[in-house]
Design a protein around this ligand. Structure first.
Ligand SMILES: Cc1ncc(COP(=O)(O)O)c(C=O)c1O
Length: 379
């Protein structure tokens, strides 16, 4: 289903064309209002009851779980993708001679934890080179084998917008006994995902991009088979019986059930969680399938408009519907982004790619402005 432009739900001036959701999304007005109310709540702390520390986090777990087809028990609340990937890297077993498979030019938060874990275990990191035809799924499938302890991958490559077929990769991982750790920061909310179909071991996402949520909040899905692993922190709220504030010094060995033990300390964030909840409610109402289909139409139009300028896109079947990484012409243009920004047109550059990341606030006028500004600079 193609959604109508939703600009009225965002607070974006008419003369700003924000094609930079992959950097940071614009925030929904409803989410901003929820955040203001969340910050104000602490001015009157008597409005925050002990039970709220748990009810607010359970709501957040349930809302994110619904988005990925999991249950609230499988979700931990984390401050960043790095934190969730750290949990995954500490939990998944490695052995000398085993390898961790990563994509070339992967985002650093999904590289460094694996490099350290590999070094500590006498294992190695192996890089899948960027495929010339843009087909990351095939490139990974060609390499994946029983020597790989872990495949750490996204659904969409953060820099080139390449699409990875997670159902196919999940099945291939199961077939050879490789654990699958996903960083969905560049897709959750804009691409549908079902943990029942993909069966990852760990899945993490930051909230501030395609989930339209706040900075410094993320979600971690932990498959039930890893929920007994040691958490990074040993805070009070993750322990069994933490709801009984009067009895907190009756120290307990047990944890809260499921993935809750992996929660970051102070995860009952009364300012940020309401922002995430408002955004998750809107995304659920739109449905990620419809977000993806709608953004695919926007991006297909841009690909057609920009091709004559020498901006090359990967073929449609191997690129993500929501995020475009267009190969820039050979000559370097160090001032390309500032010149676009001067026109209030915002995109990113990652390597030799112009990264275009629209959301549902994009209008026909925005598309014309981006294409017109690029024509004036590159044409
Ligand atoms: C693929 C990917 N993962 C994670 C992040 C953010 O990581 P963190 O939450 O650790 O700051 C980004 C930010 O650009 C990203 O593109």
């Amino acid at each position: 289903m193609i959604l109508a432009p939703q600009r009225h739900l965002f607070d974006i001036p008419d003369d700003v064309a924000w094609f930079n959701t992959a950097y940071m999304s614009a925030q929904l007005k409803a989410a901003t209002a929820a955040g203001i109310e969340g910050v104000a709540r602490k001015a009157h702390p008597w409005r925050i009851a002990p039970g709220d520390f748990f009810s607010i986090t359970e709501q957040a777990r349930a809302a994110f779980a619904a988005l990925i087809g999991a249950t609230a028990d499988d979700i931990a609340i984390v401050p960043s993708a790095s934190y969730g990937l750290e949990v995954a890297a500490r939990s998944l077993p490695l052995a000398p001679g085993k390898r961790i498979l990563l994509l070339e030019q992967e985002f650093p938060s999904n590289v460094y934890p694996w490099r350290r874990a590999a070094a500590a275990a006498g294992a190695d990191v192996e890089i899948v080179p960027a495929p010339a035809d843009g087909d990351w799924t095939r490139a990974v499938l060609e390499r994946l084998g029983p020597g790989h302890a872990v495949l750490a991958a996204p659904n969409c490559h953060w820099a080139d917008g390449g699409l990875l077929d997670l159902v196919a990769l999940g099945a291939a991982c199961r077939a050879v006994g490789t654990a699958l750790a996903l960083d969905l920061t560049q897709s959750a909310g804009a691409l549908p995902i079902s943990v029942a179909e993909v069966a990852p071991d760990f899945l993490v996402t930051a909230c501030y991009k395609w989930l339209l949520g706040p900075y410094s909040l993320g979600f971690l899905y932990v498959a039930p088979r890893w929920q007994d692993c040691a958490p990074i922190e040993e805070g009070w709220a993750s322990r069994e019986g933490a709801e009984d504030f009067a009895g907190l010094t009756r120290y307990r060995d047990g944890y809260q059930p499921g993935a809750r033990r992996f929660d970051v300390g102070e995860r009952s964030n009364f300012a940020l969680i309401p922002v995430a909840l408002a955004a998750l409610a809107q995304i659920a109402a739109w449905r990620p399938e419809a977000v993806a289909e709608t953004l695919a139409v926007t991006n297909a139009r841009l690909v057609a408009e920009l091709a004559p300028l020498g901006l090359r896109a990967a073929p449609e079947h191997v690129r993500s519907p929501h995020l475009l990484g267009l190969v820039l012409p050979e000559r370097t243009l160090p001032d390309l982004l500032p010149r676009l920004a001067a026109e209030h047109v915002h995109v990113s550059q990652r390597g030799n790619r112009l990264r275009i990341a629209p959301h549902l606030h994009i209008t026909e006028a925005d598309i014309d402005r981006l294409a017109g500004a690029l024509r004036a600079i590159l044409g």
